[in-house]
Design a binder for this molecule. Structure first.
Ligand code: FAD
Length: 541
């Protein structure tokens, strides 16, 4: 028999006597140890050495045997603890109900498992993960209890720390004003915050993460997988979202960061596999966008007002030159008649007519010089939807004050075309202003402007229709001629608006017409080529 076992057998109310006492009950009279001292000593040795605190008690929890680990865990020496009740270990902070449950269970011959708060001999508390099994004799009566416990204070603390950290992280991300979501490599939501949850109902797009991931992948193309494989983040990816809520249009700025987590499950124990997660943040930048848009509209208003002023001067001067031209022609004709007569009697008159002609020409030349230049504007890829949207905002006040209903039907994903933003803005503003004017004049029951965009392989189409007075068929070709107006003269831009509109369309190699099939008002149909290599003339008028 080995040394340790001998120590117990010799010095204590020991394992040997306890096992000796229990053996017939536990294993029957022909028990395995009866005739095999070596196996018996091996068993004793094993129980003694096993790294779990084992105690054997009587029916009242009086301790009869403890192993070495029990002494290690509790701090009691064997000779101090034998004969004591297990309650010596109680910290007295374990709720009574726990003990009641413990005793109810073991008294009814069942195994009890649970956690108790124990006190070390030194007074230090520790958490005990305890299993108590009743030991029955051959008549099925409880004779002893065997208790097995481990000090789980450290794993419990670690687990609690992890939970606390998780709660802390959750409360930090929850208090963030930004919507945040963590997605696994199959785009499943692993963690999200309150602001993200709010988006689920606010946006009405199903799972917001799925929706934004699609937008990001579409926009970034191959870059998405490149960044993902290198675990490089992205930020400031802005998207405009049309939703059904009270805030119809919202803007979001998206940022993402990939993180790697080592697998913790048993499968990965030897393989060291890892998982990739994406932390996606969605910042609602609608307010900033609106402020920027308002600022932009204010700037546009100033630019457009200046442009209108210049156009006003140009049209006034061109109108005056046009007006002067008629009497000048008459004077030139009269002068030629007199010249043919070769009559000295009219020499004075001829001279006066020549002087009038000369001053007239000088006046026209002076006026010509006074015509202000329209500034050259840059030709860039232009989003026609954006231009129309801005023009609608610019005209918003007039639209609202005239109680006009606007049907704005932009084609989503309209391709960009090359053009001058400024000139196109002037074009559409002119057409929308004309539409508002025509609706005002019509006093009709329906006050409506409908603006739509469309495209095919070659062209971008814009249609601007109103429920106004309309333009009679015979006048439709003339409205594009200079100084022709269907309205009473007097306005400072009378008769030049559509001339300019056509000029701008021409500069963009486009086509403008009045829809002959529409007769509930007026519908302008404008088309622009999509693929043009050269773009000439914008701003050079
Ligand atoms: P107690 O007065 O001892 O008992 C509290 C409650 O338990 C009462 O409701 C009482 O009715 C019931 N009760 C007590 N003894 C019995 C009994 N013999 N039969 C039926 N009901 C009974 N406790 C610990 O705190 N830490 C341990 O590590 C621990 N290990 C144990 C190991 C074994 C094998 C056994 C059998 C018990 C163990 N206990 C342990 C329980 C311990 O014996 C006490 O019941 C407990 O510590 C409460 O002690 P107490 O003095 O506060 O109250």
């Amino acid at each position: 028999m080995k040394k340790t076992s001998l120590r117990f057998l010799q010095t204590h109310t020991n394992m040997a006597s306890v096992i000796g006492e229990l053996a017939p009950d536990l294993f029957g009279d022909g028990h395995v140890f009866k005739n095999d001292e070596m196996l018996y000593s091996l068993f004793v040795e094993t129980v003694e050495q096993v790294p779990i605190a084992i105690s054997i008690t009587d029916k009242k929890a009086k301790i009869l045997y403890v192993n070495q680990e029990f002494c290690n865990v509790t701090g009691y020496r064997t000779e101090d603890i034998l004969g004591e009740n297990e309650s010596i270990l109680s910290d007295k902070c374990t709720p009574r109900e726990v003990y009641r449950d413990l005793w109810r269970t073991i008294s009814s011959k069942k195994i009890w498992r649970g956690t108790l708060c124990n006190r070390h001999k030194s007074g230090e508390r520790y958490l005990s993960d305890l299993t108590i099994a009743p030991m029955l004799n051959s008549s099925g009566m409880i004779t002893h209890y065997i208790g097995m416990h481990r000090d789980i204070t450290k794993p419990y603390e670690s687990e609690k720390k992890v939970i606390n950290q998780k709660l802390l992280i959750e409360s930090v991300i929850n208090s963030s004003p930004i919507a945040m979501v963590v997605l696994d490599d199959r785009d499943r939501v692993i963690l999200d915050n309150h602001n993200y949850k709010a988006l689920v109902s606010d946006l009405d797009k199903g799972e917001p993460a799925t929706y934004f991931l699609q937008l990001l992948r579409d926009e970034m193309g191959d870059l998405w997988s490149q960044l993902r494989s290198k675990q490089q983040g992205f930020n400031n990816r802005e998207f405009k979202i049309e939703s059904k809520g009270s805030h119809k249009t919202r803007w979001f700025s998206c940022a993402g960061n990939w993180v790697i987590e080592n697998e913790v499950n048993a499968d990965a124990f030897f393989e060291n596999t890892s998982k990739q997660y994406l932390i996606l943040t969605l910042t609602d930048i609608t307010r900033q966008r609106r402020q920027m848009e308002e600022l932009h509209i204010q700037t546009l208003k100033t630019v457009m007002a200046e442009d209108e002023r210049v156009r006003g001067i140009r049209e006034t001067l061109l109108g005056a030159m046009h007006q002067i031209q008629m009497p000048m022609n008459q004077i030139r004709a009269a002068e030629q008649i007199l010249r043919h007569k070769k009559d000295d009697q009219h020499a004075g008159l001829l001279q006066i007519l020549q002087q009038i002609q000369q001053s007239g020409e000088e006046a026209v030349t002076t006026m010509q010089k006074c015509i202000p230049e329209i500034l050259q504007t840059a030709v860039i890829p232009v989003n026609i939807n954006q231009i129309l949207h801005e023009v609608l905002l610019l005209s918003n006040q007039r639209i609202c004050s005239n109680d006009i209903e606007v049907h704005w039907q932009p084609l989503s994903k309209l391709p960009a075309m090359l053009g001058s933003e400024n000139r196109l803005r002037i074009l559409f503003k002119q057409l929308i202003d004309n539409a508002i004017e025509a609706i005002r004049e019509s006093h009709g029951a329906e006050q409506r402007i409908k603006i739509a965009t469309d495209t095919d392989a070659d062209l971008i189409y814009v249609s601007i229709e109103d429920s106004g007075t309309g333009i009679p068929v015979e006048k439709r070709a003339k409205v594009f001629e200079p100084f022709y107006t269907t309205r009473a003269m007097g306005g400072h831009q009378a008769g030049m608006g559509l001339v300019m509109a056509k000029e701008i369309v021409n500069q963009h190699h486009g086509f403008i017409e009045i829809d002959p099939d529409y007769n509930q008002g007026c519908r302008f149909k404008i088309s622009f080529p999509l693929h043009r290599q050269l773009f000439k003339g914008v701003g050079n008028d």
